[in-house]
Design a protein around this ligand. Sequence first.
Ligand code: ZN
Length: 324
Amino acid sequence: MTVTKHLRNPPHLDELAAVIEKSLLSNFETASFRVVECPDLAQPPFSLAGSGLSGNPRIADIGGQQHLFPKPILSAKYSLLSLAGNMDMSPHAGFIFGAGAAPFQDIGQNGELAPNLSWRGNDTASSFKDPSLLALNNGTRVIKLQADHEPICERLSSTNCALMMNLFGSDGDTGPVLKINAKARTGEHNFTNCIRYGLQEIYGDARPISLGGVFILKAGKAKFHIMPDFPLEDQLPFRDRKQLEKEWLSYHIFQAPVVCLTVMHSADPEGLGLRMEHTHSFDADGNRKGGHYHYGIQDEDEDVEYEAYFNVASMVYRIDQPSV
Ligand code: ZN
């Protein structure tokens, strides 16, 4: 598996807060930004597998949409723990989360994955090659369509994934993070893209910023998609992207609260084919909501409210970049 590493040199969080503030205020009625000590993300409302976003923060982009379109490439199967090894993470302590495709090889169908996994390895022999020596805390959710086409969001014991994956990794330590609140969308961009475009405008290709974190849709509703199972062989390849997006994907509007795990990049100057933004969501309290985050619902966005905690990565890993 090919792995390339790309250094990032992000500005201080205080500087980023000012840039993001300007961008969000052009798109939301109210927005506030502060650098704070990360709250314990293992507690509600997030209830993640790790507590913080600090300690060697890094981001990986694995595989890609070319593994789905025009035809699913079913050899693109991955292990989150092996990927953590590819990301040079320590087997002694770590926390990864993000957005990607569910391990069809384990669950028997395609779906969305919201990976959320931490580990401790107390043994000096701890290694990602032998997960039996690691104490895992797996809060990963799979969001898929059931036989009646209704969505379901379930905890998944598997530590595998497939096709494409965007991960934020750190030692899971508590440390300074960017806290963002935004309320009542007035502009055309969704929460994550608004942040991304604001960074792109200021830093351009000269200083790419890669960040990740968690946010909660606290009020209002937003639009999500869920990938159905793979089409039958005689229905492949997909005719075009429009068919995939308009006819194949299953769209749902979910009411707050929804927890969202996100990874984004302001630029891709090295031409790594990065997924510039990828956010997957899950139902913290139940099993009905979740999937790939699109945007708030334009006409009803006066109600929408977000609270986010982000950190910036100092290294980007491109893993198994598709050749096409
Ligand atoms: Zn997605």
